[in-house]
Design a protein around this ligand. Sequence first.
Ligand code: SF4
Length: 294
Amino acid sequence: MPPIRNRAAVPEQLGFAGMPERLFVCTPSKLGAYLDCPRRYRYSYVDRPSPPKGPPWAHNSLGASVHTAMKNWYALPVERRERDAVPKLLKSTWVREGYRDVELERAAYKRALGWLDTYTATLDPADEPLGVERVVAAKTSVLALNGRADRIDGRMGEEGPEAVIVDYKTGRTGLDADDARGSHALALYAYAAQRVFRRPCYRVELHHLPTGTVAAHEHTEESLARQVRRAEETAADIMAAEKAVAAGGDADEAFPTNPGSLCAWCDFRKSCPAGAGVTGKEPWAAVEHLGADS
Ligand code: SF4
């Protein structure tokens, strides 16, 4: 196996006094990975080659299948956005990886079909979102932020047209307004969408397809600014860790482990000293209930 090298050990740009710092290019999920566990961030984004990952997760396959089916729903001409279209959409985008067996995979497929059937029935086929799986980007003095929002709706607010961030969720448990309020990713999408679409974007919504519920939060200019500041602070921490490694520091110290409940779900558990002793979840653990309840 070729030796692992740290990308951070290779300076990408020389700095000069008075020269602005290079912007930190990131997505909300990259920042979230560091907040969850700096070591996992290092394994994902710094070490090259990355340590080997565990097998694919069934819940990721399920989420990807449903998200792509929703994307393709909006790609259909308006007159074909009917409930009859759903089975074909899901079948053509179905990802099979990670399930324990065909029986569990079939149960998950059946369940996903039901979610999509119920959810699409609530949509007005004539609605054209501002964006579907749309990349939005924005710069601050520290960040070059970009990310792909599941859907960005154009709606009429009290003071005129506005943009609304919509994120589909397929996990077991329902979500509430606190989840919508606390989501850094949704806030950063809203911040970027305001700039891309040049219209207000304060409302963020989590659409939980298994329960058909919507958890929403209305941000303010201040709350978005707070989330951006927090993202900038995280970026500053990451850049400081990368600089420490580039200056010859210990990469394990610069990117410490953060052992906890996430270790059992971590792709890099077998490469990590803190995770190696943890019993990992089976790849289908998060969707097993779909088989039991069907
Ligand atoms: S196993 Fe745990 S401590 Fe190790 S990288 Fe993964 S989440 Fe971090």
